[in-house]
Design a protein around this ligand. Structure first.
Ligand SMILES: NC(=O)c1ccc[n+]([C@@H]2O[C@H](COP(=O)([O-])OP(=O)(O)OC[C@H]3O[C@@H](n4cnc5c(N)ncnc54)[C@H](O)[C@@H]3O)[C@@H](O)[C@H]2O)c1
Length: 316
């Protein structure tokens, strides 16, 4: 059985990834502070570790881990701006602590969740892994520096840097700040989508693909840096796609000072053999069902924001 330590296992991606891998026979150590509660389904293949990556010690780092998937982070621009110092501590120093412990415990493979946003604003139609990194926000900067730190361990273990696009799709620990999740929510709830700007290009990635890509890298003998995003769309076109599926909604467009715009090219990943499993259109339909089901509670999202703010404002 393959043994995997997932940090940030209680988050939007981590919750679903942990269950997916456990269902496929992996033994998962699911490590998180569980700021957003633990919603991971009980499973004999899942061991929960409630710890902060910044303070994790060798004693609490499990033995015999084959691969670490490092997701734990302050994971978006607005959150990182609330307390930049703390965001650097978690996203960079916390990462370094996990890498040092991984080396000591002889972990074989380390997969790091960076972000496609490390490229900053790019006019090129195909942003490949060869282009320069010009991150524009505090969050993006922590990810770029994080990548450099992970790379410095590449002689000690196999290192994989993934630069994912904005993820979308239902999760037990949903993030409503993500573009498609949010726009679809407003379409259903308010029959109206507000688009700020709209001509910015954003690459997208379904949660199902994100999870399958982590699984792909667990199985494959690969190292290096990979873009992970398939549908580069203008935000206004995403809103139009949603309005086609969810009928009778209006789109309001207003000015925005959000300059982030880039188109990820993931040819490198596809050439290694990854086969996509879903697309935006599937996700909008899934979200439509999910938001109308009793599994979705808007208040969960408010709790998520409350706990995150509490932490970022200084209390543990
Ligand atoms: N969701 C996306 O669209 C997206 C896109 C690109 C990259 N990523 C990256 O993927 C990773 C996972 O993203 P997500 O959307 O699941 O984010 P998330 O915010 O839902 O999950 C992050 C998890 O990390 C945990 N965490 C934070 N600080 C911690 C600490 N000090 N110690 C232990 N646990 C801690 C949180 O409790 C949370 O459960 C993040 O690194 C994010 O930057 C996400």
């Amino acid at each position: 059985m393959k043994t995997v330590l997932i940090t940030g296992a209680g988050g939007y991606i981590g919750t679903e990834l942990t269950e997916f891998l456990a269902d496929r026979g992996y033994l998962i150590y699911a490590l998180d502070t569980f700021w957003f509660k633990n919603k991971i389904k009980k499973n004999k293949n899942i061991k929960i570790i409630k710890e902060d990556i910044r303070y994790l010690s060798q004693k609490n780092f499990p033995n015999n881990i084959d691969t670490v998937i490092h997701l734990a982070a302050i994971s978006n621009d607005p959150s990182a701006e609330i307390n930049p110092k703390l965001s650097w501590e978690v996203n960079v120093l916390g990462l370094l602590n996990i890498l040092n412990l991984s080396e000591k415990k002889k972990v074989k493979k380390f997969i790091f969740a960076s972000s496609g946003s490390v490229y900053g604003v790019k006019k090129e139609k195909k942003v490949t892994e060869k282009l320069s990194l010009v991150p524009i926000s505090e969050y993006n900067k922590t990810k770029m520096v994080g990548e450099k730190i992970v790379e410095s361990f590449k002689k000690k273990m196999k290192t994989i840097l993934l630069r994912p696009a904005t993820v979308c799709g239902p999760s037990k620990n949903l993030r409503l700040d993500l573009t498609i999740n949010m726009l679809t929510y407003h379409a259903i709830k308010n029959k109206k989508i507000n688009v700020f700007g709209g001509s910015q290009y954003r690459p997208n990635l379904t949660l199902d693909d994100m999870i399958n890509i982590y699984h792909f890298f667990l199985k494959k003998n690969l190292t290096g840096t990979y873009n992970v995003g398939f549908e580069n769309e203008k935000v206004i076109d995403i809103a139009r796609k949603i309005s086609k599926k969810i009928k009778k909604i209006s789109i309001n467009r207003s000015k925005s000072n959000d300059k982030r715009s880039y188109r990820l090219d993931s040819t490198k990943l596809l050439l290694k053999g990854y086969k996509r499993v879903s697309n935006i259109s599937d996700v909008i339909s899934k979200l439509q069902k999910y938001y109308s089901s009793k599994n979705f509670k808007f208040s969960d999202n408010m709790i998520r924001i409350k706990y995150l703010k509490k932490f970022l404002n200084g209390s543990k």
